[in-house]
Design a binder for this molecule. Sequence first.
Ligand SMILES: NC(=O)c1ccc[n+]([C@@H]2O[C@H](COP(=O)([O-])OP(=O)(O)OC[C@H]3O[C@@H](n4cnc5c(N)ncnc54)[C@H](O)[C@@H]3O)[C@@H](O)[C@H]2O)c1
Length: 430
Amino acid sequence: MNILIVGLGYVGMTTGLVLAEQGWKVTGLDVDKGKISSLRQGVLPFYEPGMDLLLTKHQKGGSIDFSSDPAEAIREHDAIFLCVGTPSAPDGSANLTYIRQAAQWIGEYGQDYKMVVVKSTVPVGTQECISSWILDSMKDPFPFDVVSNPEFLREGSALSDALHPDRIIIGSDNAKPVERLMNLYSKLDCPVFVTSPKNAEMIKYASNAFLATKISFINELARLCDKAGIQIDQIAQGIGLDPRIGGSFLKAGIGYGGSCFPKDVHALLHTAREQQIRLSIMEKVVEVNQTQYLVYLDKLEQRLTSLRGKTIAVLGLAFKPNTDDIREAPSLAIIRHLVEKQALIHVHDPAATLPEYLQSASVRQCATCEDALRGSDAVILCTEWMEYKTADWFNLRKLMRGTAFVDGRNVLDGKRLASWGYDYMGLANG
Ligand SMILES: NC(=O)c1ccc[n+]([C@@H]2O[C@H](COP(=O)([O-])OP(=O)(O)OC[C@H]3O[C@@H](n4cnc5c(N)ncnc54)[C@H](O)[C@@H]3O)[C@@H](O)[C@H]2O)c1
């Protein structure tokens, strides 16, 4: 089959390269012409470990190319993977504008059989909407199937996640496209779960909602442990040994962010409202997450008496290490809060860039961690990049004016930092 990937973000590029790696011929289509021209020159428009090497390999080998012409791309391909964004609309629902546009192109430009594979995260019932959008924009009738195939990769380890997935979920009521899709994935070694399109769509939301719940659970518990003098990491380790609980996603910190958890939890809550159901656990998950960074900032403010006029080094912008993605990153809320409190902020991140709307006389991005720390009264670690975990904190202390150290990811050895003169603040890890 000729494969077309529509939407070349983290998911589209990963899917395209993984399919090329399995021996398929892939074309990538995006509306962003700048992205296409950059990709044609072999330059990735975002940071994802290992992806540049795989791009070079498959571009040289001729198994991946790029297009910005939807008419030609859709005509020439029979398997079309939809990987466009589904960001949050103002009411919390998933904005399906990009999905709809792509579906309409398929109807408009398709001539013969198309298998449309939906990898974007879309609300329950969208597979049916996509079918209608394709039908409604068809000039001459042609056969097609729409299959739900949600993606579970994690930014920062996207390639390895997609090359070694823990499961493949396929949502279709029709055996033929399931067989075709399983053939495309035949070299991937993992369980394949075939279910209805609606179930597949809900599995994706349920997965992210459950992981977000684990994070908010441990974060809220950390607030209690902090007051009670209990070490939250020990608790997480102890409960995580129970296979019914599992140890992952139990690290206390400033909260979750990124392009998926916040928007997917909001979209799930929106779906519930539409069905006149209250998901009170998920409402609390959001509430805990949106207030978690304040627990750390309150500690800092109490310690410094006031944040006004203080210089704060914010280390890490990205919502997690090994990515340059800053969508919904807690660092952004922290910077906004510090600006409101009239602090001066020095930001550093090894890969991510400060968004334009946050750049001002009081917020500047520094080229190195050392530059950010120089003359600062306090440091807030927002992203647990390896560079920060292994930094020479003994010597870095000499660059700072003050000693306050907020470990927003509970990843450093607080006792050691304290012995080097830092006023270390984690959450429930003293
Ligand atoms: N990023 C993740 O970690 C992740 C993981 C699993 C699932 N998802 C889901 O996958 C989807 C894509 O996420 P992403 O992070 O890769 O998005 P992204 O924002 O990085 O990329 C989306 C791309 O789609 C392009 N696009 C928009 N409309 C288009 C159109 N009509 N035709 C062609 N290209 C178009 C945009 O220009 C952009 O390059 C979302 O629904 C997301 O929720 C993301």
